[in-house]
Design a protein around this ligand. Structure first.
Ligand code: AMP
Length: 217
């Protein structure tokens, strides 16, 4: 099974993709994570992407399509992929269709996790991750059980993304509405779009997503 998670930045795509990949044996493919790894490694792609990401704009279609194309050839995608943060433009969606067809794979559906803009700033500016294992937390909605200690690995160092600040969030939301929202009719026209209310508790959003995946199995 292959699916795309759509929705605004901070809407819960990454959190939910991690939960689904564990339960269904699918692989989360997050272009944001891949680009951040490229920035950390100081690669050519990372150098090109950094300023664009810090400004809350979209990295070029060419770069992200090449990254995904390479990842789709790896054997650990055999059971299927959850695309998280990709595609983000119609050109990327068309490229994904072409890549999947070429590799004999099929996109089953796209799920929009719907969250109004009014929720996003608080969600994004409060979020952080364990620096060791990447588990996600939030200042208000998801604190570690023991303050300062990661529930998953016991790590005590945490990190915030440089683009998770008020100014950049507004730009990322603008990019979402202008460049990514056209993907909703793109998938809807072919009957492949499902909707989930992303303002519910994290566990309830997971349940709604599981309902969709279970019905498709
Ligand atoms: P994310 O982790 O999905 O919020 O992505 C963080 C940033 O990485 C975005 O604001 C963009 O600058 C860049 N990015 C991630 N995925 C894409 C994509 N599919 N197309 C263009 N830029 C992307």
């Amino acid at each position: 099974m292959n699916l795309v998670l759509l929705g605004p930045p901070g809407g819960g795509k990454g959190t939910q993709a991690k939960r689904l990949q564990d339960k269904y044996g699918l692989l989360q493919l997050s272009t944001g994570d891949m680009l951040r790894a490229a920035v950390a490694a100081g690669s050519d792609v990372g150098k090109k992407a950094k300023a664009v990401m810090d400004a809350g704009q979209l990295v070029s279609d060419e770069i992200v399509i090449a990254i995904i194309d390479e990842r789709l050839d790896q054997p650990n995608v055999a059971k299927g992929a959850i695309f998280d943060g990709f595609p983000r433009t119609v050109a990327q969606a068309e490229a994904l269709d072409a890549m999947m067809a070429k590799k004999g794979k099929k996109l089953d559906f796209a799920i929009e996790i719907q969250v109004p803009d009014a929720y996003i700033v608080e969600r994004i500016t409060g979020r952080y991750t364990c620096a060791k294992c990447g588990a996600g937390y939030h200042d208000k909605f998801q604190l570690p059980k023991v303050a300062g200690k990661c529930d998953s690995c016991g790590g005590t160092e945490f990190a915030r993304r440089p683009d998770d600040n008020v100014e950049t969030v507004t730009k990322r939301l603008d990019a979402y509405h202008a460049q990514t929202a056209p993907l909703l009719p793109y998938y809807d026209k072919r009957g492949a779009l499902k909707l989930v209310d992303g303002t519910m508790d994290i566990a309830d959003v997971t349940k709604a997503l599981e309902g969709i995946l279970d019905a498709a199995r």
